[in-house]
Design a protein around this ligand. Sequence first.
Ligand code: AMP
Length: 283
Amino acid sequence: MIVARTVADLRARVAARRRPDTTVGVVPTMGALHDGHLELVRRARADCDVVVLTVFVNPAQFDDAADLAAYPRTEERDLELARRAGVDVAFVPPVAEVYPAGFTATVALRGPLVETFEGATRGSGHFTGVTTVVAKLFGMVGADRAYFGRKDAQQLRVIQAMVADLDLDVEVVPVTTVREADGLALSSRNVRLTADDRTRSVALSRGLSAAAAALADGERDAAALLRIAGAPLDAAGIRPDYLAVVDERTFLPVDRLERPALLLVAAPLGAVRLIDNVLLSAP
Ligand code: AMP
């Protein structure tokens, strides 16, 4: 595995591996790799000839300087995991390589998709930070396919909308959320949970599963599903930032489950903010 730290080196390394009909896959991450990230790499490895993993803690998408400062950074371990997972090129740029002096461009979407939920809680700049860096990473890598986790469902949808709006020639591949045995969605932030909050954290996935089970039993009313999903949170003393049933494309609220929808949750546990979701698809 090659480690590239400059765009020029990244391009040279990818070009050296490119043949006619070669497929290049990119897995964008902020590092502190866990099995969720590695699942994206496994999918890319199975689908693509060349796999590029990017590790970049993107300052532009953090609304909170303390969250950025506390974000876990484990580069040596990440590179070892990436190597073992079969990554061809790991791109680990310093901030100045991505945002050099004089950098002024932004890629920004508008509307409810970027202004609600994570966009509302983390501020309007959050998704602009995400779309700007992902557009840059697509351009740097020259990727044919890009792998994103369903865990960050709104981010996935925002990237799909950006690719469509800008006619980017990149296929976005969604990957199912990887969970701990008790249901907690893997996240780089989980390591910062206290033991007590780690125990309480299971309430998020329990609520989502209970709502999905109620849907399978015939419940179609979004308010009823939200009550079911909220009960384990109440019992654990967790006050979510949001708990909502939304259309999977528009992220607008849904009253009755007539088409596939997403049940979204975000909640602070101590200093850590967790997000999760489940696809509600009526049988
Ligand atoms: P991050 O490093 O948190 O920015 O995440 C990088 C990519 O990994 C994003 O596409 C995430 O959606 C994805 N990801 C994070 N956690 C998981 C998980 N538990 N299962 C699947 N994908 C994940």
